[in-house]
Design a protein around this ligand. Sequence first.
Ligand code: NAD
Length: 487
Amino acid sequence: MNYRTNDKGQKRVTVIGGDGIGPEVVSATRRIIDAAGVRIAWEEVEAGAEVFKRGLPSGVPPETIASISETRVALKGPLETPIGYGEKSANVTLRKLFETFGNIRPVRELPGVKTPFSGRGIDLVIVRENVEDLYAGIEHQQTPGVAQCLKIMTRKGCEKIVRLAFEVAVAEGRKKVHCATKSNIMKLTEGLMKKVFEEVAPEYPSIEASHIIIDNCAHQLVRTPEQFDVIVTSNMNGDILSDLTSGLVGGLGFAPGANIGNDVSIFEAVHGSAPKYAGKNVINPTAVLLSGVMMLRHIDELAAAQAIENAVLVTLEQGVFTRDVVGDRNNPASTTKFTDAVISNLGKKPEHTRARDHRPVKVPRISGAADYVRATAKTIGVDVFVESPLDAESLGRSLDEIASALPVRLKMISNRGTKVYPAMGGITDCVDHWRCRFVARDEVRLIDDAAVHALLSAVETTHGWMHIEKLREFDGVAGFTKAQGED
Ligand code: NAD
């Protein structure tokens, strides 16, 4: 059970109003959940803009962390990172702090909400990896003109998210899971997710599993979105795709989300704080409300969740719409009027639409061991990243000469991923950031740390290097990719 109750038997939930439109949509959601008769002890805490402005660089105060650690469940409004305060988003901090590795973002066609896709029956879920990938946020300026962001993907992370996607499919009675990756280009990172997906899929024989390249997935989502059921994908891909899918069904006002972890889960809409609408009582509370519905399912309040989802569907069938759906001129409902309508519709069933039946999602738990994957590793070379204003030919000849006295040889140099030395005859717009690949000279093919140190000492007599990467084989399989054009 990953929620807690107090001594009165009420389920404890941490609530963060958030910034901009956050307090309005969160209080609308609380009113509706309370009206549905769920016994929740709300524990109000803060995070976001005001906290940053008070000088806390994380935007998340210790009381908030303590409350979520206690209750294990949070409902949260959107948070801003005000310009000039803090470097990291408080949202990402919360997701990472509590290892909420899975971000579930469902969208479905809604009654009366007209879109170019109305009538197609869109009803799909994006299951997005939530803590790894480029969002690990590990960036370095390599030279004054070259920046790098590390894309970290792990077998453990891929396995957790892939299993979660299949479990979501099982819990919601869905038939298909697509894994969307860019494995054709990023073979080791995105390719790892594809590989793990293909290994895990046979454990769910009743669910159709297929892989799709992410760009084709985006294309297909706009052409025939109704073909998709569950899409599992990496962090950045999922961030982009889930905004796209919210657009398919009427916009951010209707896109809920859940950040799921083994210990803590945080429920929030896909949208941000929309500051220009703050305090105007005009925005659509549905996205946060449906996030609240996901939260109710998580805390085993399945009947109340169903009742609220049905009440939202009835309200939309009655033609009660906020400004984002009908515009200013068509007598839009205010946030409070929409909320009142949902409350008055509790207990009613929609005529033309149906809330899906849900079972609780079985959140996968994977071993906590840091070295989850064990393999025999051998180092067969090293990439030395050199900062140099020279051209490829001059740098190559210089490094050839430097290596001539060492047990390693320069195999090639690439610039922005393309081999430029020995020259291939192509046209490469080079920058002062060179990846210089050295491999062992002898037949043993292995190089040790002493050889790497000797190489760096020799290189730095003439050139500046800013980082290195060992070229390693794991159980005999290369753990690095070739440059474009490398043999
Ligand atoms: P946004 O999602 O806040 O707003 C974009 C537009 O979408 C709005 O102008 C509005 O037209 C529409 N919209 C959003 N929510 C709506 C709703 N409930 N009802 C009706 N229309 C709605 O995106 P933004 O303007 O790019 O970001 C504003 C701030 O929010 C930024 O500081 C950003 O960092 C933050 N943000 C936070 C989260 C989060 O807390 N999870 C997510 C995204 C953005």
